[in-house]
Design a protein around this ligand. Structure first.
Ligand SMILES: [Zn+2]
Length: 217
């Protein structure tokens, strides 16, 4: 299957992408991983991307699109893939359409993870991370540490990352609305969009998505 996963920050997109890709036996292709791989391997595209990032600028779509196409050209993506974080705007979606058309293949579905905006803010802004180990993650409502501000695992200080502050989250949501949401209408016109309510437990959301793809048990 060829799938694109979209959803606002805080919808649990990365986690769902990993589970769905595993269940469907297709590679999970995330933009974050593409950038990291190209930069760490020192590819021409990686060097180009890094020069923009080092200067504090956005990486142009042409670079992101070329990285995605390179990755989709690899053998393991020949029978299917799950894209996570790409396309993130209309220009990238149109480029992907063109690429797939050239290959004579089509997307099977665009899964749109839906969460109420206030819930997204609550999820992200409530996160508290341990200063000793960023994998020690707590939440002021959903996963409270035994003692406020102290990591249950190692006793380290818990803090809120700059990225997780409410104002930052609202800004990221705004960017999502203006840049990414138009691709949902673009794919609706192709009758590809399946909306998945993304509240609830991780495995429940995965089950909903699998059922929507006709892969339910
Ligand atoms: Zn800790």
């Amino acid at each position: 299957m060829r799938i694109v996963l979209v959803g606002p920050p805080g919808a649990g997109k990365g986690t769902q992408a990993a589970y769905l890709a595993k269940n469907l036996s297709i590679p999970h292709i995330s933009t974050g991983d593409l950038f990291r791989a190209n930069i760490s391997q020192g590819t021409d595209l990686g060097k180009e991307a890094k020069s923009y990032m080092d200067a504090g600028n956005l990486v142009p779509d042409s670079v992101t699109i070329a990285m995605a196409e390179d990755r989709l050209d690899q053998d393991d993506a020949g029978q299917g893939f799950l894209l996570d974080g790409f396309p993130r705007n209309l220009g990238q979606a149109e480029a992907l359409d063109g690429y797939l058309k050239d290959k004579g293949v089509k997307l099977d579905a665009v899964l749109d993870l839906e969460v109420p905006e206030d819930e997204v803010v609550k999820r992200i802004a409530g996160r508290r991370i341990c200063r000793n180990d960023s994998s020690h993650v707590f939440h002021v409502d959903y996963h409270k540490p035994k003692t406020e501000g102290v990591c249950d695992i190692c006793g380290g200080d818990l803090y809120q990352r700059e990225d997780d502050r409410e104002a930052t989250v609202r800004k990221r949501l705004e960017v999502y609305h203006t840049e990414t949401e138009p691709i949902i209408d673009h794919y609706k016109a192709q009758d590809l969009v399946v909306t998945i309510p993304a509240l609830g437990k991780v495995d429940e959301v995965t089950r909903r998505a699998m059922a929507a793809l006709g892969k339910g048990e």
